[in-house]
Ligand binder design. Structure first.
Ligand SMILES: CC(C)(COP(=O)(O)OP(=O)(O)OC[C@H]1O[C@@H](n2cnc3c(N)ncnc32)[C@H](O)[C@@H]1OP(=O)(O)O)[C@@H](O)C(=O)NCCC(=O)NCCS
Length: 316
């Protein structure tokens, strides 16, 4: 079995999405449009590479070597390979890995990061056999947004309104508030567990390309909480309405506004809008040490999924 290995083309996305989607972290929907966006959004200057293994003109494997954008430092690359389940253990993954590892090294990758979902144990085995170690565990869960209690949302909204807060959508605030939205998002992200203090800042153009220009980001269901003119919390959702499946892009509260129920309010509001739009599944992943976010999810009635494990090779 000698698949051809060549760079990814947009036309591969449909064939890849058909088997890649079950391997996705719970917050991603690997639709063809999203895969094309994921590849195109990577800054060319940082030399990303996606390669595809092709057999009988079908894309049966994918290898990725990318810069780490959020929380990235010079010398850190994100690497991943996946093979269609019926064609595993025939050397395709190793062949893709050779290509990806060599590229990551040539790009100055001293520390490689990767990930696997725990219900695909072959992923972990593959990584451990290649010198990676497990470094973090994300707890994944999902919720049917129509299951949230409308009374909870009403109460949370009434209390927040009485304290001078209001909830709106991302669509209402863009494009004028883009700089403030970016600051809130990145500020909340910087104060999340495992954020690296030495991480390089994310440029405005990168943020726009990575997050705001994602064709799956739902501007009508993604919410923002304001206090007066100040943006204080957000919960953004992305996904595929036709599939009825969404994931959480990010939920966060500005550091000095935490502990007031604002993330819960933002997420409840976003889920309510998603439920009304026909979405029946919203997935999320949170670091196992992120107690406040896990508490929010528990309170909303989220149901557990397989863990999302993070791995690292090299570096400190
Ligand atoms: C991890 C993954 C990419 C491996 O793909 P694969 O095509 O099965 O990979 P290979 O066939 O090259 O190698 C897998 C193992 O099978 C072994 N193998 C290869 N051919 C074999 C054969 N004919 N019989 C038995 N074992 C075989 C390899 O030696 C390798 O063992 P090792 O990891 O201990 O070195 C695949 O399981 C997958 O897609 N998993 C889900 C995605 C994922 O979690 N990726 C995370 C890792 S980046």
């Amino acid at each position: 079995m000698r698949p051809q290995v060549r760079p990814f083309r947009d036309a591969d996305a449909t064939g890849l999405a058909a088997w890649l989607d079950p391997l996705a972290p719970a917050e991603e929907v690997y639709s063809p449009a999203f895969l094309v966006h994921q590849r195109r959004r990577l800054p060319a200057s940082r030399r990303p590479l996606w390669v595809v293994a092709v057999l009988d003109r079908e894309p049966v494997g994918l290898g990725r070597d990318e810069p780490q954008i959020f929380g990235g430092r010079p010398g850190v690359r994100r690497t991943w390979v996946g093979v269609r389940p019926d064609l595993r253990r025939r050397g395709i993954g190793s062949r893709l890995w050779q290509e990806i590892e060599a590229h990551a090294r040539a790009m100055g990758g001293l520390t490689l990061r990767s990930w696997a979902v725990s219900n695909e144990p072959e992923g972990e085995r593959f990584l451990l056999a290649r010198g990676f170690r497990r470094i973090e565990r994300g707890l994944q869960s999902w919720i049917d947004p129509t299951s949230i209690d409308a009374g909870d949302l009403e109460r949370a909204t009434a209390e927040a309104t009485a304290r001078g807060f209001r909830v709106t959508t991302l669509r209402e605030l863009l494009p004028q508030a883009e700089p403030a939205l970016r600051r809130l998002f990145l500020d909340a992200d910087t104060h999340a567990p495992h954020h690296n203090a030495a991480a390089r800042p994310v440029a405005a153009s990168t943020f726009r390309r990575m997050i705001l220009e994602n064709p799956l980001l739902d501007r009508d269901c993604s919410t923002v909480v304001l206090h007066g003119d100040e943006l204080v919390a957000l919960s953004w959702l992305k996904g595929d309405r036709q599939l009825g499946r969404y994931g959480v892009e990010f939920t966060g509260t500005a550091p000095h506004w935490r502990g007031r129920g604002l993330a819960t309010l933002a997420k409840l509001s976003a889920l309510h809008l998603a439920g009304r739009a026909g979405v029946r599944w919203v997935g999320t992943a949170n670091d196992e040490n992120n107690a406040p976010m896990l508490a929010v999810n528990r309170r909303l009635g989220s149901r557990p999924l397989a863990d999302l494990m993070m791995y690292k090779r090299g570096g400190s």
